[in-house]
Design a binder for this molecule. Structure first.
Ligand code: NDP
Ligand SMILES: O=C(O)C1=N[C@H](C(=O)O)C[C@H](O)C1
Length: 246
């Protein structure tokens, strides 16, 4: 029997904290073939496998053909990436947070042509936490709801994308949004506490990430599971948990 063709991927935001983790871990997935890496500057990257070009963002349109882009960058680079995916007929797996309403709408538009999966958090734990938060908020509609998120000092957006996504689950559960608090301290990878407080008692649901490999592995898993699917928006939790946990 013939071997299936590898899924050709481009990593966008390759020089960042997440991009470097992806470059290191992509070799764990033989289904994926890295064909190009893109950063704002295009400076050479020690983590890029030999023979894989590292392109500056202005050269994105000249990248070799790819089937899927995996994106962990900044909102500034999002528009050109979505345009490149549309032009190549390629899918998009994105974890970039802090996107504007217009950028989210552009992603929806692109999903009429190509498969798109955006998630604020690619960890298995947060996918499960979201469901637990929805259930708890629905059961405790009169309680106070607060989300406290803590991240490293370099993080630009606040509240974090994960906090906002957990906030949506709270709102869907009890009909009103939570309050948010954001801390930026040292090198914290990412912590999210959802606190529901009633008279004389408090329920705390918390997730702590201690390294970025969990997000990178989640995004690589999502890329494999998204490959070969038709145009549309896909949900990380559904794609991940429906087909059995990796
Ligand atoms: N969904 C999830 O599970 C997770 C999401 N994130 C999100 O991923 C994103 C990246 O995080 P992190 O790796 O820590 O960030 P970094 O700041 O470390 O990296 C940002 C990357 O984006 C590139 N970049 C910056 N501006 C542009 C541009 N205009 N066009 C193209 N590329 C650009 C940078 O290139 P250069 O170095 O050349 O400037 C760099 O490669 C953030 O939005 C963060 O919130 C992070 C972790 C998990
Ligand atoms: O910027 C980060 O680092 C992270 N960003 C994501 C977010 O905004 O929720 C996910 C994770 O918490 C790390």
């Amino acid at each position: 029997m013939e071997e299936p063709l590898p899924i050709r991927i481009l990593i966008h935001g390759a020089s960042g904290r997440m991009g470097r983790a992806l470059l290191r871990l992509v070799a764990e997935r033989p289904e994926l073939q890295l064909v190009a890496a893109v950063s704002r500057s295009g400076q050479p990257l020690a983590e890029a496998p030999a023979g894989v070009p590292v392109l500056p963002v202005e050269k994105l349109a000249d990248a070799p053909d790819f089937d899927l882009a995996i994106d962990f960058s900044l909102p500034e680079g999002f528009g050109p990436l979505v345009a490149a995916c549309r032009a190549k007929g390629a899918g998009l797996v994105s974890g970039t947070t802090g996107l504007s309403e217009a950028q989210l709408a552009a992603m929806d538009e692109a999903s009429e042509l190509v498969p798109v999966l955006w998630s604020a958090n690619f960890s298995v734990g947060v996918a499960v936490l979201r469901a637990l938060v929805h259930q708890a908020a629905a059961a405790l509609p009169g309680w106070d709801a607060d989300i406290v998120e803590s991240h490293h000092v370099h993080k630009k957006d606040a509240p974090s994308g994960t906090a906002l996504s957990l906030g949506q689950a709270v709102e869907q559960g009890r009909g009103s949004p939570p309050h948010y608090a954001s801390l930026r301290c040292g090198d914290i990878v990412g912590e999210h506490l959802v606190q529901l407080t009633g008279a004389g008692e408090r329920l705390e649901l918390v997730h702590r990430a201690s390294n970025r490999d969990i997000f990178a592995r989640g995004a690589l898993e999502a890329a494999v599971r998204l490959s070969g699917r038709g145009p549309g928006r896909y949900d990380f939790g559904e794609l991940l948990l429906a087909g059995g946990r990796p």
